[in-house]
Design a protein around this ligand. Sequence first.
Ligand code: JHZ
Length: 392
Amino acid sequence: MNKKFLDLGYQPLANEYLKNFKSNQIKYKLQIYFDTASKMVSISKRIPSQKMFNAKYPYRSSMSQTMRNSFKNLSAEIKKRFNPKIILEIGSNDGALVSNFDRNKVIGIEPCKNLADITKKMKYRTYDEYWDFDLAKKIKRKYKSIDLIYSANTLTHISDLNDVFKSINHLLSNNGILIIEDPSLLECIKKNSYDQFYNEHIYIFSAISLKFLLKKFNLEIFDIKTLSTHGGSLRYYIKKIHNTNLLVSFTVKKQLNKEIKYGLNKYRTYKSFSEKVIKSKKDLLFILSKIKKRKKKILGYGATAKVVTVLNYCNIDNKLISYFTDTTPEKINNFIPGKNIKILKYNKNILKNYDYAFLGAWNFKDEIFKKESKFIKRGGKFITHVPKPRII
Ligand code: JHZ
């Protein structure tokens, strides 16, 4: 049974940036559910992929040093540990991973044309199509089978997970490996980062729910790595069940046990999470209003998809946070989706006229603190809402 546990109100598409603020930008109800049978956590309203992932998609994986390093390290591991003949990446974005491989060894799939064009320009084979069974069949006809499929922060964005894994199964060689990574539900609940929920994140996987889902397709997780990226992610290494060449590592049981101990298999855990979310909203508004009453200026730092959820849920506008700043060309001089807060182009002096910076990109806190050491030295303070609203 699918049971609702959180209501985040009406939310615009998290990556729909407008040049001019429109108070009537389309918003959709964002409610989060827990399925007591499959243990899957998902959002209620499904927006068609074509609406969210189009030729103007602004998110670029290569925009942070942290992500570039993460993909570089993974590429080295893939070569050393699995040495695949050919790799397929579902959701290759602007090439942050594929660019670490020889051009004849990797194929990208990226339905957002503006991003696919970047890797095409770099001469990487790229299909600018959505991942589905038709595409899997088309690739199979050409390449027979693929021995390593990788996907980061993409599969959870596709509504029909049955089609996703059926298609992967069709293309993956018998001894092939599937590696996927996504924000960890355990970390999200523990850190109270309710901002991991937005229209693009149709699901947030736990090892428990993924294991259950994969079984239907004769797939199983054989290793899990915990990552610090995106506020705490899990990298799952998956194989076909009948492939006994690879042993199932203790890391799988360890993660499952951690999740069970925390109660991710129980509805009541999600109910108590939702109470903390309501408190987080109150506390954040209290902190921001107090700062504003003292006539201090706050700049939002990092116009993430996540922060769109926070600003729209807490109803924070430019009276509390004057502007945001971001390095992504596609976001600059646009407005935060659903809010009248303009995004300014980042420059290293941008914090000069501000007293506080609200961390939209809290997941890059270390990278940002390093970059903004001058601001910190002169007494500038950061505000975050994770794991709870506070001034750092
Ligand atoms: P970041 C996106 O989420 C959307 P977002 C998507 N649905 C998803 O799943 C994840 O990515 C993977 C900026 N920035 O990575 C760059 C600075 O301006 O947390 C980005 O706009 N200065 C596909 O949007 C944003 O912050 C900096 O110094 O929540 C970070 O976005 C740094 C480090 C970042 O993903």
